[in-house]
Structures are given as structure tokens and as C-alpha cells.
Design a protein around this ligand. Structure first.
Ligand SMILES: NC(=O)c1ccc[n+]([C@@H]2O[C@H](COP(=O)([O-])OP(=O)(O)OC[C@H]3O[C@@H](n4cnc5c(N)ncnc54)[C@H](OP(=O)(O)O)[C@@H]3O)[C@@H](O)[C@H]2O)c1
Length: 306
């Protein structure tokens, strides 16, 4: 296995499948990204999603509501997108301004268009191992493990972070009774005691807490596999903004068996996963019986089986 687990080849495999399906079935997949106000970090992410659309033969439209728009206006916009047969995917950008009830927003997105997989119906299906869409970042971690042949079955796998978008769904997926799951999962959070000791026992350590360089060499086990989901903006020595992960990559490099870089690791795969959900949704809309996730898994497995 490679020491540096880069995301680019996985994103390329997924994007090729997305593009080929669009061409083969003459699909016109379209997503709307709904943003309330202009949070700079969220705008950056939105722009990177929109840029990808044309390369895949998809469309991504940004609907920006005023910063003082209320929840009713947002729900109205979601309702219109749910009703529109030309729209296959709906994504509401977070964070939302104060006063919005995220659980209500998530519930109102049509589960068949819920490409970000935040509707409780889709989260429930994931829990029961009968998934339609799973949250994109956990899926990116799963695909990375598939591609590099990292089988977590029976391994001590520790996840740092228990958010609804990363830690919790990822823990559930890695408990699935299927290939590239079956892990013994421990989830840590801000109230966890002896976090260092728990990490030191991890064969696979996945960090998603959002603290730059939280994971140090002394926290990891010899020959552990380290997957870094964190994206943190810090200043470098010259005062420039740079992005780093939760893991001190340089410090952990020699001790780890393999590790993902930031940037260039999981983040790179996440947008490709989002588009795979959009393509799946467009296939659903045409009643075409194709499982995009299955196609991706088959293709990714070819890498470590060769
Ligand atoms: N690569 C990607 O595509 C991608 C996608 C999404 C997010 N991210 C990145 O992943 C990171 C996490 O994102 P998120 O949305 O899951 O964040 P989040 O909602 O802020 O959740 C952070 C989690 O970390 C835990 N935590 C915070 N400080 C801790 C500490 N000192 N010790 C142990 N646990 C601690 C929190 O515990 P409590 O629950 O107890 O508060 C919480 O469960 C961020 O850097 C984000 O930018 C990357």
C-alpha cells in the first residue's frame, strides 16, 4: 500500500463513472445549492461545486437568499425545488444563520433529491444497511479504504468527532456487515476521557474534529493507518492563510503505515461523491435501474485487486 493516501485517483474514478452515465443515458442532472446570506467558507465550497458541474455534463445552480431571509422563505424555496422535475438534487448550505431549525430544513428536502443525505429517511436507511444516499464525506472515507485495500474488518477503528455529517454516519457505515466495514468502532468527542490512550490502540484512526494538528505522533500506534477529514485554516510562518488537517502529518509520517494528506485527501473525493448522488437521483427520475455506488465500488476494488 502507498504511504500517502491521496484522494485524486479515487475522485477521478468516481467522476469518470458520473460522466459516462450522463452520456450513456443522455441525462441532464441538475442540483440547486441554496445559501442563506454569504458565509465566506460556505461560498468557497459552493463555488468549487459549481465549477465541477460543467466538466461532468451536470448543472449546478446557486440560489442565494438574503441574510435576513426567514425559515419560511427557505422552506418555500425547498418546496419549489422538490416540485420541479428538472431538479434532481437539493443541497442547503450550512451553517445557517441563527434561528433556523436545521432538523426541520433537513426533513423537508425530498428524500429522493437529498444528495447530501441529511434527511432522516436517508439516515435511517443507512442505519438499516439499505441505504439510498449516505453523507458525502463518510462515503469518501469508505471509498478511500476500498481503493487502497484498507479492510477495517475486526480492526480497532477510532473516530474522533461525532457530528451528524461526519462522525456519527461514518461510525454507522463502518459497522455495516459487508466488505470494507465490520470494524470495531470507538467514537470520541469533547467529553471523552483518556482520548490519547484510546487513539494509541487504534489500528485505523479517523479524525474529524476541526482542530489543526490535534493528532500528534505520540497519540498514534506504530503502523496505524491515519485518515484525516479535518480542514482547518491557519497562518503559516509568513502570515499567509493555509489549510491543514487535524493530524500533524509530518510528525506522524514515519510512525504511521499510511496517512491521508490535507489538502489532497478526503476533501478531494467528497465533491465527486456529491455528483455521484446527483447522477443517481437523475437515474431514479428516469426509472433507470442502475446503482452508481455499486459501479464505483467495483471499479475502486480493481485497484487493490490487481
Ligand atoms: N473533507 C471534507 O470533505 C470535510 C467535510 C466536512 C467536514 N470537514 C472538516 O472536518 C472537521 C469536522 O467537521 P464537522 O462538521 O464534523 O465538525 P463539528 O460539527 O464541529 O464536530 C466536531 C466534533 O469534534 C468533537 N471535538 C471537538 N473538540 C474536541 C476535542 N478537543 N477532543 C475530542 N473531540 C472534540 C466535537 O465534540 P462534541 O460533539 O462533544 O462537541 C464534535 O463531535 C472540520 O475540520 C471540517 O472542516 C471536512
Amino acid at each position: 500500500m502507498e504511504k500517502k493516501l491521496i484522494g485524486k485517483p479515487i475522485a477521478s474514478v468516481i467522476n469518470k463513472i458520473n460522466k459516462d452515465l450522463v452520456q450513456e443515458h443522455e441525462l441532464s442532472p441538475k442540483m440547486v445549492l441554496i445559501q442563506v446570506g454569504e458565509d465566506p467558507a460556505s461560498s468557497y465550497y459552493v463555488q468549487s461545486i459549481i465549477k465541477t458541474a460543467a466538466k461532468l455534463g451536470c448543472e449546478a445552480e446557486l440560489l442565494t437568499l438574503a441574510a435576513d431571509a426567514g425559515q419560511e422563505e427557505l422552506l418555500g424555496t425547498i418546496y419549489m425545488a422538490n416540485q420541479n422535475p428538472d431538479i434532481h438534487g437539493i443541497m442547503v448550505q450550512k451553517p445557517l444563520p441563527k434561528g433556523f431549525e436545521e432538523h426541520i430544513i433537513n426533513e423537508k428536502i425530498d428524500p429522493m433529491k437529498d444528495i447530501d443525505a441529511l434527511n432522516p429517511v436517508n439516515l435511517g436507511l443507512m442505519l438499516m444497511e439499505n441505504e439510498r444516499f449516505v453523507p458525502c464525506t463518510p462515503a469518501a472515507v469508505y471509498y478511500l479504504m476500498r481503493y487502497y485495500g484498507i479492510d477495517p474488518a475486526g480492526k480497532n477503528l477510532v473516530i474522533l468527532g461525532r457530528s451528524n455529517v461526519v462522525g456519527k454516519p461514518l461510525a454507522n457505515m463502518l459497522l455495516w456487515k459487508r466488505a470494507f466495514a465490520n470494524a470495531t468502532v470507538t467514537v470520541c468527542h469533547s467529553r471523552t476521557k483518556n482520548i490519547e490512550e484510546i487513539c494509541q490502540n487504534a489500528d485505523i484512526l479517523i479524525s474529524a474534529i476541526g482542530i489543526a494538528h490535534f493528532v500528534k505522533e505520540e497519540m498514534i500506534k506504530e503502523k496505524a493507518i491515519i485518515i484525516d477529514v479535518g480542514i482547518n485554516k491557519i497562518k503559516d510562518a509568513s502570515g499567509e492563510d493555509i489549510f491543514v488537517g487535524d493530524v500533524d502529518f509530518e510528525a506522524c509520517y514515519d510512525k504511521a503505515l499510511a496517512l491521508t494528506p490535507v489538502p489532497g485527501g478526503i476533501g478531494r473525493i467528497t465533491t465527486a461523491v456529491l455528483y455521484s448522488h446527483l447522477v443517481q437521483s437523475a437515474l431514479f427520475a428516469r426509472n433507470i435501474n442502475k446503482n452508481v455506488d455499486e459501479l464505483i465500488n467495483i471499479k475502486l476494488s480493481e485497484n487493490h485487486e490487481k
